[in-house]
Ligand binder design. Structure first.
Ligand code: PMP
Length: 425
């Protein structure tokens, strides 16, 4: 019989060490917010496959739609034979993506691929090639997205310089001393020191930074960023790969930030566990690339499209956007309650159910508590709760639990987190 240890040994021999591994556990099966490992041990899943399972593991409606699609057609390559699920999903996303303008949607397979394509489209539409990205950003592991990603270790260290033409501005982050004014000034500095605005095709940002620590972009910053883009003819790209598909209480996070992006990338939870991603945005911009310039063999797989249509249907029929808000409320209240006993929990923050707490030693914001964060994640696992960390300083605990989780499981998870802090104090 497989054990976690035997599989770990085989993994070490067969798979390169560069493939990161947070937990040395091997899953056998899962349902909603519960995962069972190969040894039969049960885990409460607060990681949701890193923001992929907003509708939970094996959502019945998603599985039924996938099974129906499996019996009809799994692949033609959309460039060879079209199929309705791709068309229907594009129509749906054109409605759901924020922005009161005509839109079109391209489907691909991964988040990084969506970002790569958004940049290609922005370059084609503007005839410019510079891009501004932010500190603490995460946009993927392909070469161009590594240029955009604002963290060298572990993502690109040892691989040499990534493609050029990316300039880095500061993401607003009050707790780490970057105000909205300073963040805007950092873009003005780029225009003065590094590149003329007329050479910048796009500014790309995550409305809530994911890997960077669940930092929410302030509304006044977004308004000024939009104005800067409009002033200089620069396209604004919202990378909603992690924030999208209902995680934040609206289907896309930008709905809450007061402005619309020209292009929006999405992936992860959009297809409830099946690989699907894409770019949606202004129709004229999306049409800038000539026929043949966009797509891919598996891009917009019919199985994934069927899953995504069922995910959107589940959001509507099960009122999951409201649930995202209540999950966010329960978790932030619970974490703040733990924070009353432990001063290391300095900043509990959220947009809907994208919930995090940033930890500092003794509550001192100059001392990010990376070690404690790692210990809490490890102890929680021992107690049957799967957590994730994130943040530039590795000191943020983040929660991406399925929105379909029960209140009882949310409270159980919070109780485990509380016990971890009590035992580690
Ligand atoms: N953009 C954001 C905001 C992400 O969070 C991620 C994945 N964590 C990506 C892009 C890359 O997505 P993928 O891993 O599917 O390539």
């Amino acid at each position: 019989m497989n054990t976690n240890q035997s599989l770990q040994q085989r993994r070490m021999a067969a798979i390169p060490r560069g493939v990161g591994q947070i937990h040395q556990i091997y899953a056998e099966r899962a349902e909603n917010a519960t995962v069972w490992d190969v040894e039969g041990r049960e885990y409460l899943d607060f990681a949701g496959g890193i923001a992929v399972l907003n509708t939970g593991h094996l959502h019945p409606k998603v599985m039924a739609a996938v099974q129906e699609q499996l019996a009809k057609l799994t692949h033609t390559c959309f460039h060879v034979f079209g199929y309705e699920p791709y068309v229907a999903l594009a129509e749906k996303l054109n409605q759901l993506v924020p922005g009161s303008f005509e839109k079109k949607t391209l489907l691909v397979t991964t988040g990084a691929e969506a970002v790569e394509n958004a940049i290609k489209i922005a370059r084609a539409a503007t005839g410019r090639n510079g891009v501004i990205a932010f500190t603490g950003a995460y946009h993927g592991r392909t070469q161009y997205t590594l240029s955009l990603t604002g963290k060298v270790v572990p993502y690109s260290a040892g691989m040499g310089l990534m493609p050029g033409g990316v300039l880095r501005a500061q993401y607003p982050n009050e707790i780490h001393g970057v105000s909205t004014d300073e963040a805007i000034a950092s873009i003005e500095r780029i225009f003065k020191n590094d590149a003329a605005p007329s050479d910048i095709a796009a500014i790309i940002l995550e409305p809530v930074q994911g890997e960077g620590g669940f930092n929410v972009a302030p509304k006044d910053f977004m308004a000024r960023l939009r104005a800067l883009c409009d002033q200089h003819g620069i396209l604004l790209i919202a990378d909603e790969v992690q924030t999208g598909a209902g995680r934040t209480g609206t289907f896309f996070a930008m709905e809450q930030l007061g402005v619309a992006a020209d292009l929006t990338t999405f992936a992860k939870s959009i297809a409830g566990g099946f690989p699907l991603a894409g770019v949606a945005g202004r129709a004229d911009v999306m049409d800038a690339v000539a026929p043949g310039g966009l797509g891919g063999t598996y891009a917009g797989s019919p199985v994934s499209c069927a899953a995504a249509l069922a995910v959107i249907e589940a959001f509507e029929s099960e009122k999951l956007l409201d649930r995202a808000k209540s999950v966010g409320e329960i978790l932030t209240v619970g974490l703040r309650r733990i924070g009353e006993r432990h001063n290391s929990l300095v900043d509990v923050r959220n947009l809907g159910a994208m919930v995090a707490v940033e930890l500092f030693e003794g509550g001192d914001v100059n001392k990010p508590a990376a070690e404690l964060t790692g210990k809490v994640v490890a102890k929680a696992r021992e107690k049957g709760l799967i957590l994730l960390s994130c943040g530039t300083y590795y000191n943020v605990l983040r929660i991406l639990v399925p929105l379909t989780v029960s209140d009882a499981d949310l409270e159980r998870g919070l109780a485990i987190i509380g016990e971890c802090f009590d035992e580690l104090a």
